[in-house]
Ligand binder design. Structure first.
Ligand code: HEC
Ligand code: HEC
Ligand code: HEC
Ligand code: HEC
Ligand code: HEC
Ligand code: HEC
Ligand code: HEC
Ligand code: HEC
Ligand code: HEC
Length: 429
């Protein structure tokens, strides 16, 4: 009977494929499973033995698995009296796994491709092998039970599908999941690691995009470190990690290397030296140049030719920015005064696009190419300013015209009044 039910569930889960994986799948714990002796008896216990029965909407339960599929034992025996009949070692029952055993405990199924594909043909089965490459997994294999194991990141009873917003590994929750350990000073002191990653990350443009704009395409911890292979990206691969999303910033330097044989820009393009890794903030034009907020002067001193380049590039982009702001302001004022300026906004927008392009071209480390973009931007800014000036002289002309017509009208009215008085005087006389 149970085998039959289990096979039916396998078939149902298999047939519904990835649809069944949908986080919105109704939490419909299988009534038959709830009748298993494990659940019936554990529901009457308390403390940690009761806890698992409060999470019957666990993803495993939803897929038709139950207590004994993870723990072994005989779910038909024991009624609500005799645990040992259900805790049957001949049926594979074991005590709860230790933290060192957990990875293999979960991977018994999750590493078994043939088994897992009957539930979901798309699911990955490399979690354990990836995990073993991570700092967490390597330490765990050597007997250190303090690093992360599967249940630290996913929970244990009450595991959710990863797309479910309640999952501990949903993008909106990952930072807190990692921070439980990585912001714990006592734990991290043992490994000589800082505990500032999560607080720094929470100030970043990336975190703001996720938490304030709901933009899940921005990265959280596991996007940069890997989920199961969590490791520091290592200086050599940082540009690739960031470049996987910021592809132009991550690849422009190669075009410059292509133009100038012998030039090696790999040491220069390490994103984190200029943007930080966790506290990535919105860049400002002051990062260029040689001022106090310059990032260039970290590597280029006054004796280098690049110092001069940085100075020129900084002045140029700040100049362009200021000129565009001036044009924008002028067009705004003209518009408020009622002059039609929509067409002139094109030039302004073109200028703003060149500014954005120049900000991206910083990453080419090619002064000429950068300056070309700034100069084009300047051209557009000047066009917009000229248009603004034209709008204002048009406005002055219109005002002048208005004054003249008012004077004429006043004169005509005055004349008429005089004329009327004259006629009346004539009548009276
Ligand atoms: C008749 C009651 C009863 C039944 C049936 C029963 N259990 Fe238990 N189970 C217990 C009790 C009592 C404990 C011990 C709780 C404690 O130590 O506080 C326990 C403990 C456990 C533990 C924890 C062991 C450890 O190492 O701490 C697991 C896992 C477990 N049961 C799983 C199962 C599974 C799976 C089934 C069904 C195959 C099952 N139980 C059926 C009563 C039952
Ligand atoms: C996805 C696999 C999985 C399923 C399904 C599962 N468990 Fe567990 N269970 C575990 C793991 C892993 C641990 C060890 C957790 C830990 O060390 O904190 C555990 C621990 C326990 C413990 C010991 C709790 C403690 O803190 O000492 C009990 C009791 C238990 N499970 C009972 C059950 C019961 C009853 C069910 C069914 C309602 C169930 N489990 C379903 C994986 C599972
Ligand atoms: C350091 C935290 C962490 C640990 C440890 C961890 N996971 Fe994950 N796991 C994640 C994150 C984060 C995701 C979500 C990945 C994504 O969104 O693409 C995930 C996704 C998954 C998935 C969904 C399929 C996939 O691979 O994307 C499964 C299944 C899974 N983990 C099982 C495991 C198992 C089994 C272990 C232990 C061997 C484990 N995880 C250890 C963080 C972790
Ligand atoms: C008895 C086999 C089995 C065991 C043991 C098991 N799982 Fe699963 N797990 C599954 C199946 C089957 C699914 C559903 C896959 C599907 O339909 O997408 C699943 C789903 C998951 C998911 C959701 C994956 C997704 O794509 O959203 C996570 C996370 C997960 N398991 C983690 C764990 C962890 C952590 C453990 C160890 C505590 C564990 N599992 C133990 C069989 C198992
Ligand atoms: C259960 C606690 C725990 C959780 C949860 C955890 N970690 Fe860790 N992690 C550790 C410990 C302990 C180390 C230290 C290992 C070492 O350095 O030898 C570590 C090491 C690391 C390292 C390597 C640091 C280095 O330079 O050696 C990275 C990267 C990392 N974790 C990322 C993550 C990410 C990302 C998450 C969340 C998805 C996460 N961790 C969740 C405990 C945890
Ligand atoms: C945008 C990418 C990115 C995100 C998001 C990110 N990291 Fe990092 N992290 C890095 C890079 C890059 C390094 C390596 C810096 C280096 O080598 O100088 C690093 C280093 C680390 C280290 C090694 C110790 C250290 O501080 O240098 C730990 C631990 C770590 N990160 C944890 C986390 C945690 C936890 C989160 C989420 C709260 C997180 N990271 C989010 C990119 C990221
Ligand atoms: C998973 C994709 C992803 C990864 C990986 C990633 N970013 Fe981002 N990044 C984004 C998204 C999306 C935004 C836009 C956030 C917003 O402004 O709403 C962004 C914004 C930024 C910004 C601000 C841009 C602006 O116009 O204001 C900078 C700077 C930045 N990221 C640098 C980095 C660095 C450095 C790394 C590597 C350490 C990195 N990013 C890794 C997706 C990513
Ligand atoms: C040598 C320092 C430096 C390095 C290395 C660097 N950047 Fe930048 N980044 C800057 C400067 C300077 C700006 C433009 C600031 C401005 O004028 O607003 C910028 C701007 C950005 C922007 C915003 C562009 C826009 O549209 O406004 C992103 C995104 C970005 N960088 C990502 C990266 C990524 C990804 C890497 C690594 C592949 C990287 N940066 C490496 C200095 C650097
Ligand atoms: C992490 C150190 C570092 C930082 C920070 C840095 N650079 Fe460089 N830069 C280099 C290295 C290394 C080279 C390659 C020099 C060589 O091989 O002669 C280089 C090359 C250049 C070149 C190309 C020179 C040529 O020969 O074509 C320019 C232009 C340049 N940097 C400008 C800047 C500007 C502007 C900034 C600030 C936004 C900056 N650099 C920040 C290290 C850095």
């Amino acid at each position: 009977m149970r085998t039959w039910l289990f096979v039916t569930f396998l078939a149902m889960a298999g047939a519904s494929g990835s649809v069944a994986q949908d986080a919105k799948t109704p939490a419909a714990p299988n009534a038959a499973k709830q009748e298993s002796s494990c659940i019936l008896c554990h529901k009457q216990l308390d403390g940690p033995a009761l806890e698992p029965t409060k999470h019957l909407d666990d993803i495993h339960m939803q897929r038709g698995l139950s207590c004994h599929d993870c723990h072994g034992g005989d779910p038909t025996k024991g009624g609500d009296e005799d645990p040992s009949a259900a805790h049957d070692e001949r049926k594979g029952w074991k005590e709860k796994p230790t933290r060192l055993q957990v990875p293999l405990f979960c991977a018994r199924c999750h590493g078994d491709a043939a088994y897992m594909k009957t539930f979901n043909p798309q699911i990955r089965v490399d979690q354990l092998s990836e995990y073993r490459t991570s700092v967490h997994g390597q330490r765990n294999a050597k007997g250190d039970s303090r690093t992360a194991v599967c249940i630290d990141c996913h929970g244990v009873h009450g595991i959710r599908a990863i797309k479910d917003p309640r999952s501990k590994v949903h993008p909106t929750q990952v930072a807190d999941t990692c921070a439980r350990c990585h912001s714990d000073p006592e734990l991290m002191a043992r490994y000589g690691l800082e505990t500032n990653q999560a607080t720094a990350y929470k100030t970043s443009v990336h975190a703001r995009a996720i938490y304030e704009k709901g933009d899940l395409s921005a990265p959280t911890c596991n996007d940069c470190h890997g989920s199961h292979g969590a490791a520091p990206p290592g200086v050599a691969t940082v540009a690739q990690v960031c470049g996987s999303c910021h592809s132009r910033e991550g690849s422009l330097y190669r075009e410059t290397e292509g133009k100038k044989p012998g030039l090696n820009l790999s040491p220069a393009i390490q994103c984190v030296t200029c943007h930080d890794n966790h506290a990535v903030h919105r860049p400002t034009d002051e990062m260029l140049g040689i001022g106090s907020k310059s990032v260039c002067t970290n590597c280029h001193g006054p004796e280098d030719k690049q110092f001069k380049s940085a100075e020129g590039m900084g002045r140029a982009i700040q100049g362009l920015s200021a000129r565009l702001a001036e044009a924008n302001d002028m067009l705004d004022r003209a518009e408020r005064a009622g002059v039609e300026i929509n067409a002139d906004r094109f030039a302004l927008r073109a200028g703003q696009n060149h500014l954005v392009e120049a900000r991206v071209l910083v990453h080419a480390f090619d002064e000429e190419r950068f300056m070309a973009a700034v100069h084009e931007g300047m051209g557009s800014a000047e066009t917009a300013l000229t248009a603004g000036e034209r709008a204002f002289s048009e406005l002055r002309r219109r005002r002048m015209g208005l004054t003249v017509s008012l004077v004429v009208i006043a004169a005509v009215i005055g004349g008429l009044v005089l004329k009327v008085r004259e006629i009346e005087r004539d009548k009276n006389a």
